[in-house]
Design a protein around this ligand. Sequence first.
Ligand SMILES: *[C@@H]1O[C@H](CO)[C@@H](O)[C@H](O)[C@H]1NC(C)=O
Ligand SMILES: *[C@@H]1O[C@H](CO)[C@@H](O)[C@H](O)[C@H]1NC(C)=O
Ligand SMILES: *[C@@H]1O[C@H](CO)[C@@H](O)[C@H](O)[C@H]1NC(C)=O
Ligand SMILES: CC(=O)N[C@H]1CO[C@H](CO)[C@@H](O)[C@@H]1O
Ligand SMILES: [Zn+2]
Length: 427
Amino acid sequence: MLRAVCVFLVLGFALAKHEQYEGFGLYKIIVKSPEQIELVNYLSHTLDLDVWSHAVPGRAGQVLVQKDKKALFQNELKGAGIEFTLESDDIKEILDLEDRLLEAASKKRNNASRLDSLPFDQIYTYHQVDAFLELLAEAYPNTVTLVNAGKSVEGRDIKYIKISTTNFEDSSKPVVFLESLLHAREWITLPATLYAIHKLVIDVTEQDLVQDIDWIILPIANPDGYEHSHGEFRLWRKNRSSAHSLVCSGVDLNRNFDINWSTASSNNACSDTFHGSGPFSEPETTVIKSIFDQYSDRMELFLDIHSFGSMILYGYGNGQLPSNGLFLHLVGINMASAIDNVKMSWNPNYIVGNVAHVLYDASGSAGDYAMSAGVPFSYTYELPGHRFGIGGFGFFVDPAFIEQAGFETWEGIKAGARYVRDNRTKK
Ligand SMILES: *[C@@H]1O[C@H](CO)[C@@H](O)[C@H](O)[C@H]1NC(C)=O
Ligand SMILES: *[C@@H]1O[C@H](CO)[C@@H](O)[C@H](O)[C@H]1NC(C)=O
Ligand SMILES: *[C@@H]1O[C@H](CO)[C@@H](O)[C@H](O)[C@H]1NC(C)=O
Ligand SMILES: CC(=O)N[C@H]1CO[C@H](CO)[C@@H](O)[C@@H]1O
Ligand SMILES: [Zn+2]
């Protein structure tokens, strides 16, 4: 009897989607001084809040606050004279709405017509993307090679594709590497890489990019975390590692690379920026490392696609600039302007800069590792929040803007790829 009740409770819990986020409040915060930033950081840390974007003077931040901490949080902000607005008093409502919008879009779709193409009105699951990549490699054997690079902690294959008209054998071509979903909840980044694949393989309108460049595209860098975010944990960021703590699981893969490891990240397994037990402790980051190791002699450009914030960031994460810092900045501006030219009018222009100057110090990132491995142009894109046209809800995806996200990001990718093609640093 007791057992039956337990089973019932467990099932009941598992089926109540997004229940754990009920009553969580999303706050927009406006800070005016370093002291105010300090206080918000202190509160975020001590109350274990989920900081979606960091507030700095001139740019509002967003913080998700647990139901039972909202009153305390608000009082502290008021006491310090920090301006805030409650953008959502119950984030579960937004999560439910996202589900409904995506479901409605999938029903509206004509047919699941072409097997070798994914319509840009959905956020596809790991299995859907996997099936797509398999079919693509079968349908385009002359240009597409699917590589199974290793297994995630939970045993999912980590797969990337290589796109080349010369089977990666022409060593005079530059290599460009695109990656998305290193952070699980940043769903909108997936259409950006899928769109690039679409334009390089299926609907090719720019032959030069296919002819002149060898491409590596890893659409789902963190398969376990991504699948987790499609279940109960929509707002999951890290991988699913449980090796480090009984209470908390997951390593922030973008702090786990062997570049200044642990100097600006968290040693606390419960933190969303937990760096893991050592550099490359995770299989996911090891797979990405192996891609750099294999191709760094020809790799000129690495784009690690994240969301959100409309930013193009470069390293190093400690604020120090690499020797090509000026060109790094100029190419960043080129890519940003290309996107700004076609972005939705209500989204802000992209900000371009060193990550530590624009945001905060961060160690062990994929972008920094790429530079240390010899990739001259390495950037983290932070795509805009595309929601209801107002961009206010950060990680949530509105099917109406999925294609736009892919389309506009592709403009930036093209600008960067053409720059490195015409201005080679290696040969
Ligand atoms: C969808 O499927 C129906 C029935 O199989 C077919 O008549 C129709 O042409 C398809 N529509 C598209 C857009 O492929
Ligand atoms: C996540 O982190 C753990 C702990 O280091 C690791 O064992 C695991 O392979 C990582 N990846 C996944 C997908 O869990
Ligand atoms: C290559 O570099 C030159 C000089 O900086 C620049 O004028 C040119 O636009 C670059 N090529 C592309 C495609 O951006
Ligand atoms: C603090 C620290 O470790 N800084 C190093 C980070 O990595 C760069 C590039 O390798 C070094 O130059 C820094 O000294
Ligand atoms: Zn991210």
